[in-house]
Design a protein around this ligand. Sequence first.
Ligand code: TYM
Length: 337
Amino acid sequence: MTTSPQSSGRVFSGAQPSGNMHLGNYLGAFKNWARLQDSYEALYCVVDMHAITVWQDPVELQKQTREAAAAYMASGVDPSRSILYNQSKVAGHAELAWIFNCIARLGWLNRMTQFKDKAGKNREKASVGLYIYPNLMAADILLYKATHVPVGQDQKQHLELTRDIAQKFNSDYSAEVFPMTEPVIMGEGARVMSLRDGNKKMSKSDPSDMSRINLNDNTDTLAAKIRKARTDAEPMPSDASGLEGRAEAANLVGIYAALTDQSRDSVCAEHEGQGFAEFKKSLTDVVTAKLAPITEEMARLQKEPDYIDSVLADGAERASALAEPVLAEVKRAVGYL
Ligand code: TYM
């Protein structure tokens, strides 16, 4: 679903500090976060509570939390306009998630494809946290009565669940507490695929580092990854319909389109007839031009951990102030004394 920005409403989004931030996170989320802060009040959260639904080394988690905050800022999130903080600093997320654990139905959670993917065959060994992960996500959003949530395509099902939870809460307690949140899934970058397999999404947890372009990759590394990205022997078609059944080629065209803010059709028209070895050179130029300043700014910010910590602390204070009245309203509706 695509939603065009309006001047009222509140935006919430987040990313897990569970590994390297990558081009998929940038194109599916961060790039749009920076845009939306011009039209909306926005909260951007480093979801460290979601991250521990699978094992995280504590020292690494701290490092990755700062790295995620640096990635948000380097991608254009301005902490003086938007609220940037980490989830575990605002206790309301956990409090509301508990209430939602009592609202959401087992059947709803059993349908979540991300749990099935992440738990794999070893379901019995998955943490309970991983199973109820979507309830915490609904709590993140609804704790602020957020109206718009900019995410990549992979989060769509979780946002549908958020609406189901909001609706059931409002109906069970005969109270219009929560809004129906709109997903904001924008443009050609909403689903960036692995460079090794065009049918798998680009992901932090893919064991192959060659499958993704990390925001902290240097220019040589990212050029090598694009050069080695899987493609096929066919040339560039005249329009995007010629990319059907060519998942890897379609992905590279999609990345180019998203980075240059044009459609796949116009990228095809521009490069019609070109072989992909040649197209990859143009793609490398485009990726480098966009990512090099972000990589550089992330590295600069990460040399200032005290500054990052102060941004997160200030954000947590501002987020808590917004959460407090909503949580009070929820507790009243539920009947807590
Ligand atoms: P996470 O950490 O997996 O990803 C962060 C954001 O990046 C997007 N994304 C992608 N977009 C396009 N192509 C890809 N290959 C790709 N990979 C990731 C994701 O869609 C997401 O927008 N559950 C969420 C975090 C979360 C959240 C929230 C998001 C927790 N609470 C509340 C929105 C609102 C997640 O794991 O994102």
